[in-house]
Design a protein around this ligand. Structure first.
Ligand SMILES: *[C@@H]1O[C@H](CO)[C@@H](O)[C@H](O)[C@H]1NC(C)=O
Ligand SMILES: *[C@@H]1O[C@H](CO)[C@@H](O)[C@H](O)[C@H]1NC(C)=O
Ligand SMILES: *[C@@H]1O[C@H](CO)[C@@H](O)[C@H](O)[C@H]1NC(C)=O
Length: 977
């Protein structure tokens, strides 16, 4: 009995000892994990560390945020810190977390290299470092990760070749590989003996990969998603590979250098190889210069197919009617090919079609009236073909139609009035056809047209309909080169959003209405080659927005001065008007009248006597006011000072009248989309800008004033304009803001006089950085999240020392998302859905598709702004009016043909004091800005960087060029010894 007791005692002791040893063992391991994590934390820059506030000794490691332990709570198995705004480098000590199965640091701003030691994390099944700023090569050590199922390194700045080991490590369990959107080069290293049998997603788009699609990929028979778009891959379309992929759903091969079979003449084998993929949904082969006909078998592809992109190739022949068996197709893009024959009416049996683009081919015959059956159609682009006949009446059924582009065909007949039933039409372009008859009032009354109406170069006759005045959202109207007659209705002045109006080359008579000069955003106005008479209204000259004007070849008469909007015009704008005289160079002088001489003499006499007196009395006053201005309270971006002044909550209408000289035209300094801006001086000498909201325009966006005030009051940032006070009466609403001495960025980029932009690259980078900081604050840090919605150079103001301030939140939207910080009642403005957002050229493409305003939309506009600054071209340039856009134009030069753009930018913006050999620095900076601009303007909103990333990146660039020692280093390297 005793023996047994002793034995039990012994075994119990053994048990205790064993347990204690195990415990210490465990805590040693967890200790190691803790040390590795703390070392990781120390690699994060301090102002981002607050995210990891709970990573302290008082809290168990397993309870730290982003950490998951195993069941025994003795090892860290998951580290997930995605989207936490972390900045810094990735510590190699993470490799000590030897039980880690999941490492997710995606959507942060990590810089530097990927530590090769991560290859020692043998238990890892999921590694995601996507959407950071990582650079350097992909370490070959990652090939040691035999258990890896999910690998995502997309959207970084990785370069160099893909290591062989990555796809070839013996027993690959990889199901998901995403290396897209980097700068990776070389071939895809998938050797024949390597098999990725489990692979379902293979994403390598937007890199610099060359060579063929490796045949060994055909072993990946579970592949569902293959995206190799935008590389430099060559060879025949990979028929033999895709044939082995019955589960394929998405195949993207656009923008490479693939060819079709039999010396680029036969597409049939490739389409045949896809016939058995019964889940197939999207096919993209655009921009490859593929030759051949569209094979009959295209109709035998899966009926699940939703999108086909074959544009920008060399595909010839006709469109096979058999394609209509693809009943689920929503998008068909065959534009910019060599297609001929007629448009098969069967096409319209695909009842789900939303976007049909057949432009820039040689299609002939009539437009099938069956298009009226495609009730979901939103975009129909048949431009640049050889289509004849008239526009079918059946378009009236297309209630979803937003864009109808039929320009550059041989269409005849009249414009069917029934088109007026397309109540969602935003763009109607029928220009360059042979359309005759009158402009039906049903069309001219289309209130929905908010982008443009182009009917130019046709045979339209009759008068301009009065109903044109209903188009109060349209930005551009072009009716030039027709046979229109009658007078210009003064109601045109109601088209308040108009920026472009071209009526040239018609038979219009009578005088120009005064109201046209009052259009608040009109920048271009052409009435040349008509029969107009009378004087040119003074309102045109007084317009602050008009830049391009053409009055030539009419019968205008009277006196024209070279002031205001006319100061930049030459005689070319006035040719062929024998009755005009005045001070434009080349124009005959007007006959002077006598009383002017008298007045002149009186003035001289007066000034002789009065000036000395004025000097004695007034000069000290001016001196004093200058002195006070220097110490005025609203000088620079000090937040506290701004709020101090809000203790005067409102200002009276009379005070504003006094400050602005009764809102005199001479104090008008600009116009935003929804109001005019006047400069003024308050009694205490504060220089102010008074933004008077145009009530008529503001009606369109109810709550705009309230919204802007709310936003301005809640935001505090050195790069956002601060509100001084407001004036609000039922019939008058104005915001009072500090006057920015240097005006808007727009004025500096496009000065009306002189050729040079004036700002150097250091200043421009600093301005971009300021704007990015201000926007990042709006998106990520302000008390209410704000989507600006209308970011463009005229909404960026510059103060004394060229600090940029973002302004004009008139149509900004507050974004109440599910984050509790934002769940504040006063911040929901959902009623703004569907309102015109942004300005042409800067609008994100998804807005056209009815997506709501988003921070990604702002990122897009910012990207356009960057490219605009670099190229010196407005995104609204005529060059970009149709089809292509500024960012697409730049992208088409990227990366190998950028040199002229870069050189031109260096010439324009390199600081004059800098010797030429330092140009290398500027080239680097400009290239980085272009890349950033292209990243921001990516088509897919979700792949654009966040404003915070952008701000961070430009901040880095700003630091780089403002660091003199770096420039010095660069200089030494460059100088020939
Ligand atoms: C840590 O988490 C565990 C389980 O989630 C919980 O029971 C424990 O109270 C937490 N400890 C601390 C100090 O938060
Ligand atoms: C069309 O697509 C829907 C949804 O993907 C699917 O349910 C349906 O079966 C498809 N139609 C045909 C004829 O394949
Ligand atoms: C289309 O073009 C081909 C040559 O590419 C030509 O042989 C054929 O006759 C044309 N068809 C029509 C209808 O014009």
């Amino acid at each position: 009995m005793l023996g047994f007791y002793r034995f039990s005692m012994f075994s119990f002791l053994c048990f205790i000892i064993f347990k204690a040893v195990a415990l210490t063992q465990e805590s040693v391991q967890l200790e190691r994990d803790r040390a590795a994590l703390l070392s990781f934390k120390s690699g994060i820059v301090s102002d981002a560390q607050h995210v990891l506030d709970d990573w302290t000794s008082s809290i168990p490691v397993c309870n730290w945020s982003g950490i998951k332990c195993n069941n025994g709570r003795d090892r860290v198995v998951e580290l997930d810190l995605s989207g936490r705004s972390l900045r810094g480098t990735i510590s190699p000590f993470l490799a000590n977390l030897s039980s880690l199965t999941v490492l997710d640091l995606s959507r942060n701003s990590f810089q530097g290299d990927i530590p090769p030691k991560l290859g020692f994390l043998m238990q890892l099944t999921e590694l995601s470092l996507s959407s950071n700023l990582l650079q350097g090569n992909i370490p070959s050590e990652l090939g040691f990760l035999h258990k890896l199922v999910y690998l995502d390194l997309g959207s970084n700045r990785l370069n160099g070749q893909l290591p062989d080991s990555l796809f070839c490590n013996g027993s690959s369990s990889l199901q998901y590989i995403d290396l897209s959107n980097n700068s990776l080069s070389g071939e895809i290293p998938l050797k024949n003996e390597c098999e990725l049998k489990e692979l379902r997603f293979f994403l390598l788009w937007s890199n610099r990969l060359v060579g063929r699609v490796p045949p060994a990929l055909s072993n990946s028979s579970k592949l569902e998603w293959l995206d190799l778009e935008s590389n430099m891959l060559t060879g025949e379309l990979p028929s033999d590979i895709v044939r082995k992929m019955p589960l394929l759903q998405f195949l993207y091969l656009s923008y490479n250098d693939f060819v079709s079979h039999n010396d680029n003449t036969n597409l049939e084998p490739f389409f045949n190889s896809l016939v058995n993929s019964s889940n197939f949904q999207e096919l993209e082969l655009a921009g490859n210069n593929l030759g051949g006909k569209i094979p009959y078998s295209i109709g035998d592809l899966s009926t699940n197919l939703v999108q086909i992109h074959l544009h920008e190739n060399l595909i010839f022949g006709s469109i096979p009617p058999h394609i209509s068996k693809l009943v689920n197709l929503t998008l068909l893009n065959l534009s910019s090919n060599l297609l001929n024959g007629t448009i098969p009416p069967e096409l319209c049996r695909m009842g789900k079609l939303e976007r049909v683009l057949l432009s820039d081919n040689s299609l002939s015959g009539e437009i099938p009236s069956a298009f009226g059956d495609t009730s979901h159609l939103g975009l129909l682009d048949l431009s640049k073909n050889k289509l004849t006949g008239s526009i079918p009446d059946s378009f009236a059924n297309l209630s979803q139609l937003r864009r109808l582009l039929l320009y550059e065909n041989q269409l005849s007949g009249t414009i069917p009035p029934s088109l007026g039933k397309c109540v969602n039409l935003e763009i109607l372009d029928l220009s360059h056809n042979q359309i005759s008859g009158v402009l039906p009032h049903e069309i001219s009354g289309l209130r929905s047209l908010k982008l443009y109406l182009n009917l130019s170069s046709n045979h339209l006759s009759g008068p301009l309909p009065m109903e044109l005045s209903k188009m109060d959202m349209v930005l551009a109207i072009d009716l030039s080169s027709n046979n229109l007659s009658g007078t210009l209705p003064s109601q045109l002045g109601n088209c308040i959003a108009l920026e472009y109006l071209n009526l040239s080359g018609n038979f219009l008579q009578g005088p120009l209405p005064v109201s046209i000069g009052k259009l608040p955003y009109l920048g271009q106005f052409d009435v040349s080659s008509n029969h107009l008479i009378g004087e040119i209204p003074l309102t045109l000259q007084a317009s602050p927005t008009l830049k391009h004007l053409n009055f030539s070849f009419n019968n205008f008469s009277g006196n024209v001065s070279n002031k205001g909007a006319f100061s930049s015009l030459s005689m070319d704008s006035f040719l062929g008007n024998s009755g005009l005289c005045g001070s434009i160079i080349g124009m005959p002088n007007c006959r002077k009248k006598h009383h002017i001489h008298h007045l002149f003499i009186v003035t001289i006499l007066l000034s002789l006597f009065v000036t000395p007196i004025l000097c004695i009395f007034i000069y000290p006053l001016i001196l004093r006011s200058n002195f006070q201005r220097k110490f005025a309270i609203f000088n620079k971006g000090d937040l506290e000072e701004g709020s101090k002044n809000l203790k005067h909550p409102t200002i009276s209408y009379q005070q504003l009248i006094n400050a602005t000289g009764g809102f005199s035209p001479s104090s008008l300094i600009g116009s935003g989309r929804f109001g005019h801006v006047y400069k003024g001086v308050l009694q205490d000498n504060t220089r102010i800008a008074v933004k008077v909201l145009d009530l008529k325009a503001a009606e369109m966006i109810s709550g705009s004033f309230k919204r802007e005030c709310q936003i301005l009051r809640k935001t505090r940032h050195r790069n956002l304009i601060r509100i001084i006070t407001i004036c609000s009466r039922p019939d008058f609403k104005a915001l009072v803001l500090p006057l920015m001495s240097n005006g808007s960025l727009d004025r500096h980029l496009y000065p009306s006089h002189g050729l040079n932009c004036g700002l150097n690259l250091i200043q421009l980078v600093s301005i971009c950085s300021d704007v990015a900081e201000g926007m990042a604050y709006l998106h990520h840090h302000s008390p209410v999240r704000v989507v600006h919605c209308d970011l463009k150079p005229s909404n960026i103001l510059l103060d004394d020392d060229l600090t940029a301030l973002v302004t004009d939140f008139g149509i900004a939207r507050l974004n109440s998302n599910n984050n509790s910080n934002f769940a504040n009642d006063s911040t929901s403005f959902s009623s703004t859905e569907g309102l015109l957002c942004g300005s042409v050229g800067y609008i994100a493409p998804e807005y056209g598709l009815g997506r709501p305003a988003s921070t990604q939309g702002d990122v897009f506009s910012f990207g356009v702004l960057l490219l605009e600054i670099i190229t010196g071209r407005r995104p609204t340039d005529v060059l970009f009016q149709r089809g292509s856009s500024l960012h697409e134009w730049v992208k088409s030069h990227y990366p190998s043909r950028l040199e002229p753009i870069v050189e031109q930018a260096v010439d324009r913006h390199a600081p004059p004091t800098f010797p030429k050999h330092r140009n290398k620095v500027w080239v680097t900076v400009i290239l980085e800005l272009i890349e950033l601009g292209l990243m921001c303007t990516q088509y897919n909103p979700s792949t654009r960087p966040s404003m915070q990333d952008v701000a961070h990146e430009i901040g880095r660039l700003k630091g780089y060029i403002s660091n003199p020692s770096f420039l010095l280093l660069e200089e030494e390297v460059d100088q020939p010894k």
